[in-house]
Design a protein around this ligand. Structure first.
Ligand code: PGA
Length: 237
């Protein structure tokens, strides 16, 4: 594991964007695993800036996002598709047909989950997976559980996650969708490289437990200890 300490959020974002940009420059057809949440927004902004300057192109890349809420139409402003459009896709040259998220509105969610795993396999797996970490140690929406969930699956969001995401839903955890579809641990762990970004004191505590404590499904991010090419970019501020 490589731990890169950044001096602040902006520095963390630039360092993360450098890793993503290098990936796409060295392999134009990269499959990028992407994440939502507040933490990666600065990295997306930096990539947009570099793209506008002509330094990086996503025209031949594909993306697969980690997760999507269930029962939230994709047009809803808090859907992860809306998030990705507003924070990244609308500002770069990715071909829309190459930018994938699970369909949280799928009526037959088991079939949707199977199709999402099959799609990632068909793309040849993920070259670089970007991750944030939840305050409870989740990655994607792989919530603390009795066992690791390997495949894309539907998950009931934990109270901690609904509490953490309430800020996007009128500060009421009850407004946060109860379920989501999330990539499982298999495609995350099979990614050739993993880049985890985190900032702030609250994340320091969970990151320390994830990287230095026992590997346990009670803290899904702890499985990352076993990944052969994990880079963590952390800033305390
Ligand atoms: P955050 O979310 O970046 O908004 O803190 C991280 C996560 O829940 O994975």
């Amino acid at each position: 594991m490589k731990l890169v300490l950044a001096k602040d959020y902006r520095d963390m974002s630039r360092k993360a964007a450098n890793v993503i940009s290098a990936q796409v420059i060295l392999k134009e057809t990269s499959v990028l695993g992407l994440a939502t949440g507040s933490t990666p927004i600065g990295a997306y902004q930096q990539l947009i800036e570099w793209h506008k300057k002509g330094d990086v192109s996503f025209a031949s890349a594909s993306t697969v996002n980690l997760d999507e809420y269930c029962s939230l139409p994709s047009s809803h402003e808090q859907s992860y598709l809306s998030f990705m459009n507003a924070n990244f896709f609308d500002h770069i040259d990715i071909r829309r047909e190459n930018a994938h998220l699970p369909n949280g509105m799928a009526r037959h969610y088991e079939a949707e989950c199977e199709a999402y795993d099959a799609l990632i396999s068909r793309l040849g797996g993920i070259d670089l997976q970007l991750l944030g970490i939840g305050p409870n140690g989740h990655i994607g929406f792989n919530e603390p559980d009795e066992h690791f969930m390997m495949k894309t699956h539907r998950v009931r969001l934990s109270d901690a996650t609904r509490q953490a995401n309430a800020r996007f839903f009128g500060n009421d955890p009850n407004n946060v969708p109860e379920f989501a579809l999330t990539m499982g641990m298999l495609h995350i762990m099979q990614a050739k490289k993993i880049l985890l970004v985190a900032n702030g004191q609250q994340k320091l505590a969970v990151l320390d437990r994830a990287l230095n404590g026992p590997v346990t499904p009670r803290l899904p991010a702890s499985l990352l200890q076993l990944h052969p090419d994990l880079t963590v970019v952390f800033s305390e501020k």
